[in-house]
Design a binder for this molecule. Structure first.
Ligand SMILES: Nc1nc2c(c(=O)[nH]1)N[C@H]1C(S)=C(S)[C@@H](COP(=O)(O)OP(=O)(O)OC[C@H]3O[C@@H](n4cnc5c(=O)[nH]c(N)nc54)[C@H](O)[C@@H]3O)O[C@H]1N2
Ligand SMILES: Nc1nc2c(c(=O)[nH]1)N[C@H]1C(S)=C(S)[C@@H](COP(=O)(O)OP(=O)(O)OC[C@H]3O[C@@H](n4cnc5c(=O)[nH]c(N)nc54)[C@H](O)[C@@H]3O)O[C@H]1N2
Ligand code: SF4
Ligand SMILES: [Mo]
Length: 722
């Protein structure tokens, strides 16, 4: 594919070959890439691949001329982009051609000083250090930190082969409380049928700010057809601005509003009794549990009028089952508050009362595609790790946090050598110095380690403290393990060869693995791996590469047999009692309360940037070069702060300086800082020292039950900088 010049003729040839395959396999309907893009431009190759400007991975067409990707467009046949990319997806070429990109492996030779080395030297030195540490401290002394992406099964394979149980994702800083709530009650995390929803409420789900391109397109279409959208957010977020109603709730109190809505639905007999009887357990316990949570009670906590809470509950019920309360992602139910699991549970229960699971315009669980197993090509089955996890996830204390881990506790555990010494870390596609909490503590932990390896596409604030920086090829230069969405399988493939001395992550992982004495586990190629997955579908990677997307058979979820102990939605859920919580969702106040002289720091994402990944992308930097601290007019007035003033924001763990934006559009108790700025690495020339990093202010905290990081439980003071 890489070398092949695709003209309209080769496209057709490709689709014919794939068409023949569909006849043999009987199930496959491969999809051609957009003919229009190729037609009439014989000199242009159009490569169907997957965007990685964020984790959604929309289908993209890379237009290549003279060996250069000159344009990216949405793949019209892709189930996610439907032919359209968001601002970040469109700006992808500026990440590929960023002059500050990592151009080859590097070894640290001093504070902020790196020397280019060969891949072979890097692998050998890292491999022998790992062997030495394993010998002395055991395999559990290695932790792998990652933003789990398509490559993560191979990262986990490496850790299993090495003998360490310590693969840890970013979940606690993102979604883990929501997942714990829905996994226990629904057996999985459902999505919303945004296209067909008629009445939709987002408790802090900033749908048009924390973007998932396909969902944005669907909710925009639903609104155009008259769907009613309610945004509950202490701030006039991007979605609040777009929605029909904005309810500026007191931060950290959404749980009270949701409990009161459940109370209204039950007391006024507005719930779907037939659905509740057939598909749920524990209704009577739920009814009893919420009896005291009246709209009047919730009004006192949330600042939202009782009449509004009742009205919204009634309107929601009137639209059922095409009515949905968003399960959320990062904020209210995700990882922001001590009561996020309870909020997730309450939202799960509220949806169940609407009888919307599996209904048009309601919630749904994803279908399943039967992929093949690559186990046969991946070497012997490694013995199970003998040590417990470094962070205690899955232990008696954290029984419901099996896979999510507790990345925010890394600095404390490393410092105290608890539960055992951690000596080495490999960090892939993650920038915890800016995306976890208490940045300075994280830096201290990295400095204490014997070996820090960063696998990234660009220098970041974490890699800056690594002993070795290994540059992965960008998404436009590499293959990845394939992806499934609904009833489609999708392939990332290179549009061009790596511009510099970069490698795909699978080669990097295998290189380290072989040098660490694990050769028998790394005798396969990524193509063989993908072929093994695709086997039962009658497809190969080479065939999928022709179109990038194929439609296959997928089995629909069986809503009468959910993956919960009872097979039903567990409105009363004993698993939470075992984890030290309540049987049914119950009120818990947030962990901290701001006083007259302090604020709650709230956080969120902006449409034109992805986390800390895009601040050096010249297109996106031009749209938004830095963040500002949103502060309410009344509070700013008392502090003598005007828009544009430089202010100092201080918490118990750190201080930042940033420009103020004085506005009515935020709750007076909170200040807001968009995530993704405050880079302290001079090697990123556009991003360096622009705006502030919220992670510098957030103390290390751990929410009950889920073990999430509770990032919005941060109190700060604000003053005009002298
Ligand atoms: N453009 C863009 N899109 C992205 C991302 C990105 O970085 N950039 N990241 C992706 C990822 S990984 C994620 S997790 C999602 C995140 O998407 P969302 O979960 O929608 O989260 P955030 O953008 O973090 O927005 C959080 C919102 O919660 C509000 N909030 C804070 N406290 C409270 C509260 O107590 N109550 C209520 N009701 N609201 C509150 C904030 O004001 C903010 O508007 O976005 C994804 N999409
Ligand atoms: N203060 C604060 N902290 C937050 C948030 C917040 O709103 N405020 N949001 C939280 C949320 S929801 C999330 S999901 C996390 C995200 O946090 P992280 O998972 O750490 O994500 P990023 O900050 O984008 O860092 C990802 C790193 O991956 C690199 N990268 C990008 N593409 C590739 C690639 O193809 N290969 C490799 N190897 N590397 C790549 C980028 O260069 C970057 O250095 O942050 C969380 N932390
Ligand atoms: S949502 Fe935007 S950045 Fe994310 S994969 Fe899709 S187009 Fe790319
Ligand atoms: Mo996230």
């Amino acid at each position: 594919m890489l070398e092949q010049k695709i003209t309209r003729r080769t496209f057709l040839k490709g689709s014919l070959a794939a068409g023949a395959l569909a006849t043999f396999g009987g199930k496959l309907i491969p999809i051609e890439p957009a003919k229009a893009a190729a037609a009439g431009q014989a000199e242009t190759r159009v490569v169907p691949t997957l965007c990685e400007m964020c984790g959604v991975k929309c289908g993209v067409l890379a237009h290549v001329r003279d060996g250069r990707v000159w344009r990216l467009t949405g793949n019209p046949r892709d189930p996610q982009s439907g032919g359209r990319l968001c601002a970040r997806g469109n700006a992808g070429t500026k990440t590929l051609y960023d002059p500050d990109r990592l151009k080859g492996p590097m070894k640290r030779v001093g504070e902020g000083q790196f020397q280019p080395i060969s891949w072979e030297q890097a692998f050998q030195e890292i491999g022998s250090k790992l062997k030495e540490l394993k010998e002395q401290y055991g395999p559990q002394s290695l932790v792998w930190l990652a933003h789990p992406e398509l490559i993560s099964p191979l990262e986990k394979h490496f850790m299993a082969a090495f003998g360490s149980p310590n693969y840890t994702g970013h979940g606690p800083t993102c979604y883990s409380s929501r997942n714990v709530a829905f996994e226990q009650m629904y057996g999985g995390v459902p999505g919303v049928d945004y296209r067909n929803v008629r009445y939709y409420i987002a408790f802090g789900r900033n749908l048009t700010g924390g973007i998932k391109n396909p969902d944005v397109q669907k909710i925009v279409a639903a609104k155009a057809e008259g769907a009613h959208l309610v945004a509950v957010d202490p701030r006039l977020s991007d979605f609040a601005y777009f929605a029909d109603e904005w309810l500026p709730i007191r931060p950290g109190t959404d749980l009270a509003m949701v409990l009161a809505m459940i109370n209204v639905l039950i007391n006024e007999n507005l719930y779907d009794a037939a659905f509740v009887a057939a598909y749920t357990t524990g209704f009577e316990e739920l009814k009893k549990g919420v009896s005291g949570y009246t709209p009047d009670w919730a009004a006192g906590i949330t600042g939202i009028e009782a009449g509004t809470i009742s009205r919204i509950a009634r309107e929601l019920a009137a639209a059922k089952p095409a009515a949905a309360v968003d399960p959320g992602w990062h904020a209210v139910t995700g990882s922001q508050y001590g009561n996020s699991v309870q909020a997730g549970r309450a939202i799960a229960a509220l949806n169940a009362l609407l009888g919307n699971l599996g209904a048009r315009g309601g919630l749904s669980l994803p279908p399943t595609i039967k992929l093949g197993s690559p186990a046969g090509i991946m070497g012997p089955k490694p013995p199970a790790a003998t040590a417990p996890r470094w962070d205690g996830a899955g232990s008696e204390k954290w029984p419901l946090n099996k896979d999510h881990g507790m990345i925010q506790t890394f600095p404390e555990r490393v410092k105290q050598d608890q539960p055992y010494p951690v000596k080495a870390v490999i960090i892939q596609h993650l920038n915890p110095v800016r995306s976890s909490t208490d940045s300075l503590a994280f830096i201290e932990a990295l400095k204490k380690l014997d070996l820090v390896v960063a696998i990234d596409i660009q220098m970041n604030d974490t890699a800056y403290y690594a002993h070795y920086i290994l540059p992965e090829a960008t998404y436009l230069e590499r293959y990845d393990p394939l992806m499934t969405v609904g009833n489609k399988v999708l392939l990332r493939q290179p549009a061009i060869k790596p511009l510099f001395d970069n490698k795909g992550a699978e080669e990097i992982i295998a290189g380290i693995g072989r040098a660490a004495g694990l050769s028998e586990y790394f005798n396969f190629t990524l193509e063989q791996y993908n072929d093994a997955l695709l086997g039962p579908l009658g497809l190969t990677q080479a065939q999928l590469a022709l179109t990038g997307v194929a439609e296959v058979e997928a089995s629909k979820p069986d809503y009468s047999k959910l993956k919960t102990p009872s097979g039903k939605i567990e409105l009363a859920c004993p698993a939470f009692v075992k984890a030290g919580s309540t049987l049914t969702p119950a009120w818990e106040p947030p962990l901290v309360e701001p006083r007259d002289d302090s604020f709650r720091l709230i956080q969120g994402h902006v449409p034109m940037h992805t986390h800390t990944t895009t601040d050096n992308n010249s297109y996106l930097h031009a749209i938004m070069p830095e963040n500002e601290l949103w502060i309410h007019t009344s509070r700013a007035g008392k502090l003598g702060i005007k828009t544009g003033d430089l202010v100092e924001v201080a918490s118990k763990v750190g201080k930042v300086r940033v420009k103020a934006r004085v506005t009515e559009a935020i709750h007076p108790e909170a200040v807001f800082l968009a995530h993704g700025f405050g880079c302290r690495v001079p090697l990123r020339h556009l991003a360096y020292n622009r705006g502030a990093n919220g992670g510098d202010l957030i103390p290390i905290m751990t929410a009950p039950v889920s073990g999430a990081a509770a990032q919005c439980e941060t109190l700060v003071t604000v003053r005009k900088a002298g």
